[in-house]
Design a protein around this ligand. Structure first.
Ligand code: AMP
Ligand code: MG
Length: 408
């Protein structure tokens, strides 16, 4: 199974939720728009000036020669010019003020000569008819779709809603996502670490990734390699959440009952993906007492958890939440370190993007790339994505990176 094949199967299997709620626009940041937002007004509502200067009739400067115009008034933002502007006349105008009906052009103040209360000289060739005028509806035309459903609302979108005068907006309800870690060796923060044990880090990483994605999270703790405890945890998770994410227990280890229990509760696929890190992956749907949930069984290794999350879970949860698909941006940059790579699997290496002395951004590896080395993920500011068929990469070659900052 390639990464792309698994992504396609997951995407096809997921049916978005359809419950929505109404929120004040400020609270809608990061949420998914449930309906198209149609503008009921033109924004701006009238032609207006883009500059502080003089509004004039384009015909008065049509011959391209210097001309002296008489000033017949002034108009500030928030006002309307009540008079009329005859040929040879102009009006002092401020940025954002509505254009007088007869005027179609604004000359910025600093381009004029000898302006006073009576008149102003417009030098030759500094403006053309139509310049420095913002057109009614040029930002949003009345009856046009200002924001499409499925949009993940960012700060500018909240501003756009405000520019339409909307106080509230209908968004998809938050996804509820339950997660737990599996493994007898895991201890939670605050417990003592006996010999042979490790602290559970995956739940904390998952908590962060899910929170950034805007999910309501339900942390079900650590569950040991014990069939009854695992079944109880899966049932609780499934009954309370839209999606369940586990880490550990999907590889081939003998003490892992996780796969059997997942399979017994629903329709599950267990994959070996052609990728590194993160080869084992379980995906499907489980049911308990009439409730069901999607289930992602991620590998246990801390780096593999993060990589699998961004490869498979992120897009799937966004789809489930009703968001329009928007693949993470990939940049092509040159690598300053050589990278060893086996053809026949996709590799995700931790990288640091930084500018060189000329200000050109390049990427280098963080160092040891073992899938248990969470430090390398913490040091990184991007993932270097090496394509399935690609072999060793020499220093100076271009590679694809996915930048961490900006990941919702
Ligand atoms: P598994 O997939 O259960 O075979 O685990 C693979 C490796 O990841 C083992 O070394 C585990 O100890 C480690 N591991 C599994 N779950 C976690 C976790 N929640 N936090 C930190 N390490 C983990
Ligand atoms: Mg385990």
């Amino acid at each position: 199974m390639t990464v792309a094949q698994a992504q396609r199967v997951i995407g096809d299997f997921i049916v978005p939720i359809s419950a929505a709620e109404q929120l004040p626009i400020r609270s809608a940041l990061g949420r998914v728009l449930a309906h198209d937002i149609v503008s009921h007004i033109d924004v701006p509502a009238h032609d207006n000036s883009a500059m502080d200067g003089y509004a004039l009739r384009g015909a008065d400067i049509a011959d391209g020669r210097q001309v002296r115009l008489s000033v017949v008034g002034a108009v500030h933002a928030g006002q309307r010019f009540a008079g009329t502007v005859a040929p040879g006349q102009c009006v002092r105008i401020m940025t954002g003020a509505p254009m007088p009906d007869e005027c179609d052009t604004v000359i910025p103040q600093e381009l004029t000569i000898d302006g006073d209360a009576q008149g102003v000289t417009i030098p030759a060739g500094r403006v053309r008819a139509g310049d420095n005028r913002r057109l009614r509806g040029e930002d949003l035309a009345q009856d046009s779709v200002a924001l499409a459903r499925g949009k993940l609302l960012r700060p500018a979108d909240i501003g756009l809603l405000a520019s339409l005068g909307k106080a509230e907006v209908t968004v998809q309800r938050r996804l509820r996502v339950a997660f737990f870690s599996t493994g007898d060796e895991l201890r939670s923060v605050g417990e003592t670490l006996e010999p042979g044990c490790v602290y559970d880090s995956n739940r904390y990483t998952l908590h962060g990734m899910l929170t950034r994605l805007g999910c309501d999270v339900l942390d079900l703790g650590v569950v040991g390699d014990d069939p009854a405890a695992l079944e109880a945890a899966f049932r609780t998770a499934c009954e309370q959440a839209d999606a369940v994410i586990t880490s550990g227990g999907v590889s081939v280890g003998a003490a892992d009952y996780t796969k059997q229990i997942m399979a017994s509760l629903g329709e599950m696929l267990f994959w070996k993906i052609g990728m590194r890190p993160g080869r084992p992956l379980a995906f499907g749907r489980i049911a308990s007492h009439g409730r069901d949930a999607y289930l992602f069984g991620l590998p246990g290794n801390p780096v593999a958890v993060t990589v699998s999350f961004y490869c498979f879970v992120r897009d799937a949860l966004l789809r489930l939440a009703g968001a329009e698909a928007s693949p993470l941006p990939r940049l092509r940059v040159s690598t300053t370190t050589a990278i060893r790579k086996k053809p026949g699997r996709s590799e995700y290496q931790r990288g640091i993007l930084a500018p060189d002395q000329q200000g050109v951004w390049n990427v280098r590896l963080t160092g040891t790339q073992g899938s248990g080395i969470l430090r390398s993920m913490s040091d990184a500011n991007c993932i270097i994505e090496l394509e399935h068929e690609r072999g060793d990469v020499a220093a100076g070659e271009l590679v694809s990176v996915v930048v961490f900052d900006g990941l919702v």
